[in-house]
Ligand binder design. Structure first.
Ligand code: SF4
Length: 293
C-alpha cells in the first residue's frame, strides 16, 4: 500500500430530520450533496428506480452529486432534486449520510475523526429558529437517532477503495518501469487531474469507467455496505487487470496510471476530499518512492 489515508470532510449540507408535509425543509435548498456509489444505489432504491436511471435524471458529474434543480424555495435558493415543495424529502429512507448528519459534518483528518458544524453559529438557527425548543442531545444520541451506521460504514469502506484505486495508479507508475525510465509526465498528469473541474474529470475518465465507478451491479448487497463495496472493488480490479495487465509501452502505462488516479480523485470528491490536495499529497509520496515531475 502506497497511498495514504486522505483527509475528507462531509459537511452538514442538508436536512437530516424526517421530513413530513409539515416541515419547511429549508436546508434542502442551496446546498451541495455529494455521493458515493452506495448512496447513489440507496437513493435509487428509495425512489424505485434503477441506479442508472436515477443517476441520469437526478445527479451530476456521473453520479457523484445530487442535482439541485427543483424550483427555488427558501430564500429563492434552488431545491434538491428530491425535495417536494411544501412536503419534504421524497427519498427519506435512502437519504445520504450528509443529510442524516445535518447540522453536523464528519471530518476525517488522518486517523482523527471529528463531528463539526459549519461556521461559528449553529446552522439551523437561520432557517429554523424553533430548533432551540427541541430537547438537547449529545452528539452520540443525535447520531443514533439518525440511523447513520450504514452510511458511516459505506463512507469508510469507500475511503479504503479510493486508496486502492490510487495504489493502482502508483503501481502502474512505480512497478512497471515507467518511473525508472525517467518519466516526468505522469505526475504532471496526476496534478492536472487533481485541478480538473468535476465536469472535465468526468469526461476525461469516460462513460465506461464512470459507470464502473458509480453504477456497480451489486444492488443485492445494499443492506451490507461492506459487502457492496468489496464486490465493487473486485469488479473494478478485475476490469483494471483485464485492461492494463499487459500494457507494454510507457505512453499506455502513463494513460492507465492517469485513469486510475482520475477514478480515485473523482470518487474522492464524492467522499468530501479536495482532489487538488489529494493529488499533491500522492505526488509527494510518489516522489519519495522514486518518481519525478
Ligand atoms: S436527499 Fe432529501 S434530505 Fe437530502 S437534500 Fe435532498 S431532499 Fe433534502
Amino acid at each position: 500500500m502506497t497511498a495514504a489515508v486522505p483527509d475528507t470532510t462531509i459537511l452538514a449540507l442538508t436536512d437530516s430530520l424526517p421530513l413530513t408535509c409539515t416541515r419547511s425543509g429549508t436546508c434542502c435548498h442551496g446546498k451541495m450533496v455529494w455521493l458515493n456509489p452506495w448512496e447513489l444505489a440507496c437513493l435509487a432504491a428509495a425512489k424505485g428506480l434503477a441506479s442508472r436511471v436515477f443517476r441520469d435524471r437526478h445527479c451530476e458529474f456521473g453520479g457523484i452529486r445530487l442535482r439541485f434543480d427543483s424550483p427555488p424555495g427558501w430564500k429563492g435558493l434552488a431545491a434538491c432534486s428530491q425535495y417536494v415543495p411544501d412536503c419534504g424529502c421524497s427519498v427519506h429512507a435512502g437519504r445520504p449520510l450528509v443529510c442524516r448528519l445535518y447540522p453536523l459534518g464528519r471530518k476525517r483528518r488522518g486517523k482523527e475523526l471529528l463531528y463539526i458544524h459549519q461556521g461559528s453559529g449553529f446552522p439551523c438557527l437561520d432557517g429554523c429558529p424553533q430548533v432551540v425548543n427541541l430537547p438537547h442531545l449529545t452528539v452520540a444520541d443525535y447520531l443514533a437517532g439518525q440511523d447513520v451506521t450504514a452510511g458511516v460504514a459505506a463512507q469508510d469502506e469507500y475511503l479504503e477503495l479510493l486508496q486502492r484505486l490510487a495504489d493502482g495508479a502508483f503501481a502502474l507508475l512505480l512497478e512497471s518501469g515507467l518511473a525508472e525510465s525517467g518519466d516526468r509526465l505522469t505526475l504532471r498528469l496526476w496534478r492536472d487531474l487533481g485541478k480538473d473541474s468535476p465536469e472535465h474529470l468526468e469526461k476525461r475518465i469516460g462513460p465506461d469507467w464512470i459507470d464502473r465507478l458509480m453504477l456497480p451491479d451489486v444492488a443485492e448487497e445494499l443492506d451490507d455496505p461492506a459487502a457492496f463495496c468489496r464486490l465493487h472493488y473486485d469488479m473494478l480490479q478485475s476490469q483494471a487487470q483485464a485492461s492494463f495487465g499487459k500494457l507494454g509501452d510507457f505512453a499506455a502505462l502513463r494513460e492507465a496510471s492517469g485513469l486510475m488516479m482520475g477514478l480515485a480523485l473523482h470518487l474522492g470528491r464524492g467522499l468530501g476530499a479536495n482532489p487538488a490536495e489529494l493529488a499533491e499529497h500522492w505526488i509527494v509520496t510518489a516522489k519519495k518512492l522514486g518518481a519525478r515531475d
